[in-house]
Write a protein that binds this ligand. Structure first.
Ligand code: ADP
Length: 371
């Protein structure tokens, strides 16, 4: 990993830090929040997107660094320019996707808000299970062996974007048949089929919790050295799975008509949960923070999201963690019901990130939140 010592040196050379990110995902919200807190903002952008990012004057970055493609942010000259402009990068989903967690950890020599070590833990299914289930003690969908299918399972393939090729199986025949069909139709390669993993399908309502862990303040729900704040909850629109019921067909008919399931996220909707679920939502977040501090100190810093299903028994089952700002927070550019209860005024996740950087600068503790 790019040594913390080097980041410390770069930070000590910074005058007035600026906030930078790639123009995608939640960048508008990040820039708007940074500007509200008085930061200069820099957008790493491709030419074709500039007009869009200028089209929201309140959120448009103060300056652009133009790249041909987003992964060019890794080029030494772009990194140098970012350092010269005193940039602190806010990582988001597209930033991690385009640059890759491994290369960000090893090669990206620009200060990043949050612990960059977390990226390797969230992107690896086995490691994230070790973190969430074994160390934090969260309930996750059970892993099911292909030889002992005793319940409805979702069959997943590694690296399947938008859940491409995922299907359901309740017994060995359905599993073998599903894999055979997918190889035959060319949707899944024989190689990818070997990575098929079976997970208990948890029936319930999906909720995506937006948390912020701060080691600098104890005002939220106590966790680790500081506290966790709940700043919002969303539900994702996933196409086409969310609308398939409108066809009124069962699984057999869908597959006869060669309709393939997809979980590609197309949008987000706001949500609140029953108030009696809040204690569990906070306690899960605390466990995740405290396990992260043990596994990869100083643990997760800043925004993260637990992706969950709430069962009819009101049990929260977590199927994934995103250890950075999630796009679902874009619903709340003007704050959410929960951030209102915390701040008494509208504060977005983007603004909360900028606030944390400002507080850290004020306390001379930037090193605690930037890695
Ligand atoms: P990806 O890694 O492509 O995001 P996920 O593993 O997150 O794929 O699954 C995509 C979607 O499938 C989720 O957003 C959720 O709607 C659904 N899903 C995944 N795992 C389960 C599960 N065990 N039980 C119920 N729904 C699930």
């Amino acid at each position: 990993m790019f040594a913390k010592e080097n980041i410390r040196k770069i930070l000590s050379s910074y005058g007035n830090p600026a906030i930078a990110t790639i123009c995608s995902h939640s960048a508008l919200q990040i820039f708007a929040g940074a500007k509200q807190e008085g930061f200069r903002t820099i957008g790493i952008c491709t030419k074709d997107r500039m007009e869009t990012y200028r089209a929201f004057p309140h959120a448009a970055p103060d300056e652009f660094i133009i790249v041909e493609k987003f992964s060019d942010a890794l080029k030494p000259e772009v990194q140098k320019e970012l350092r010269e402009k005193n940039a602190i990068i806010i990582p988001h989903g597209s930033f991690v996707e385009y640059l890759g967690p491994g290369r960000i950890e090893r090669e990206f020599e620009v200060p990043i808000f949050g612990n960059r070590a977390v990226l390797g833990w969230e992107s690896d299914r086995e490691k994230s299970r070790l973190w969430l289930e074994k160390n934090a003690g969260l309930r996750m969908p059970a892993k099911v062996s292909p030889d002992k299918i005793d319940r409805l399972c979702i069959v997943k393939f590694d690296g399947a974007k938008g859940g491409r090729g995922y299907f359901f199986a309740s017994d060995r025949n359905e599993l073998d048949e599903g894999i055979r069909q997918r190889i035959e139709s060319g949707m899944v390669s024989e190689e990818a089929a070997k990575t098929a993993s079976l997970q208990e399908y948890v029936l319930g309502t999906r909720y995506y919790f937006h948390y912020f862990y701060t080691p600098l303040s104890g005002k939220g729900f106590p966790a680790g050295e500081g506290s966790v704040e709940l700043l919002g909850i969303d539900r994702r629109d996933e196409s086409n799975i969310d609308e398939l019921h409108r066809l009124g067909m069962d699984g057999g008919e869908l597959s006869k008509r060669k309709i393939n399931l997809s979980y590609t996220v197309t949008g987000n909707q706001p949500a609140v949960i029953r108030e009696s679920l809040l204690p569990a939502a906070f306690s899960d977040a605390r466990k995740v923070v405290e396990a992260s501090i043990k596994l990869f100190p100083p643990g997760i810093v800043g925004p993260f999201c637990l992706e969950t299903v709430c069962t009819p028994n009101l049990e929260i089952v977590t199927f994934e963690v995103s250890a950075r700002i999630v796009a679902g927070t874009n619903i709340y550019a003007d704050g959410s019901q929960y951030s209102h209860l915390f701040f008494g005024k509208p504060v977005s996740m983007g603004q909360r990130i900028a606030q944390e950087i400002k507080i850290a600068i004020g306390k001379n503790m930037l090193e605690k939140v930037v890695y």
